[in-house]
Design a protein around this ligand. Structure first.
Ligand code: PGA
Length: 231
């Protein structure tokens, strides 16, 4: 099982360090991923099942891209896992599929683990599963789904940060459609809470959760990892 926390624009250097150290000292055996903001990245001394990654990067080694973070800056902190295609980057920042592919391919060439996020907006969900899957498969255009370091996160846009999680049936349906073509681990994300973690993790094709809001509190995040450890 994989339990991942996306800090988004939350936590600072000090609170991230405390969070990571606390999780690292618990001897969990689930795979844990923590994505703090860039400014809180560090060379953390981590157990092999725990990785700290970056929420974003600009797909260059280095260069003249004012305000961006390239791979050289991530390598300083031995970052081994990256979020690519998160809905807030697609829909708020306006990243195109082309940009997302450039990031994916750059990270792949570096051999980095990629948590690749896909998911439909509300108006597509309202049209039913066929529309949902056709939208999602388009988000795989240009993406090598055979990449050995790939993890896929299904995160419906309307469920992210809204408190409205997809139903267990909806999650199950989408993950089983993804499973027909994708061998990589499949996560669900979108308003996952401690109280819903067990049921979501018990879904047949679900290999883990990617959590925003409910994971920013280290006690909550720990409870989620404990649930995964106990399954
Ligand atoms: P949320 O965010 O748990 O706050 O809905 C999930 C995500 O964006 O990965």
């Amino acid at each position: 099982m994989i339990v991942a926390s996306n800090f988004k624009t939350n936590h600072n250097r000090q609170s991230t360090k405390e969070f990571v150290d606390f999780i690292n000292n618990q001897n969990y055996f689930s795979e844990v991923r923590i994505f703090p903001p860039y400014t809180a990245l560090n060379k953390f001394d981590l157990a092999p099942n725990i990785k700290v990654g970056a929420q974003n990067f600009y797909p260059v080694q280095n260069g003249s891209f004012t305000g961006e973070i390239g791979f050289e800056q991530l390598e300083e902190f031995e970052v081994e896992t990256l979020l690519v295609g998160h809905s807030e980057r697609r829909h708020i920042v306006g990243e195109s599929q082309e940009t997302i592919c450039a990031k994916y391919n750059f990270a792949k060439a570096k051999g980095c683990e990629i948590v690749y996020c896909v998911g439909e907006p509300k108006e597509i969900r309202e049209q039913g599963i066929e529309a949902v899957m056709s939208y999602i498969w388009k988000q795989f255009e240009g993406i090598d789904i055979e990449y050995s370091e790939l993890i896929v996160a299904y995160e419906p846009v309307w469920a992210i940060g809204t408190g409205l999680s997809a139903s267990l049936e909806d999650i199950k349906e989408v993950l089983s459609c993804l499973r027909e073509k994708i061998k990589a681990p499949l996560l669900y994300g979108g308003s996952v809470k401690v109280a819903t973690t067990k049921d979501i993790l018990e879904i047949k094709d679900c290999d883990g959760v990617l959590v925003g809001t409910a994971s920013w509190d280290v006690d909550n995040f720990s409870k989620m990892i404990e649930i995964a450890d106990n399954l």
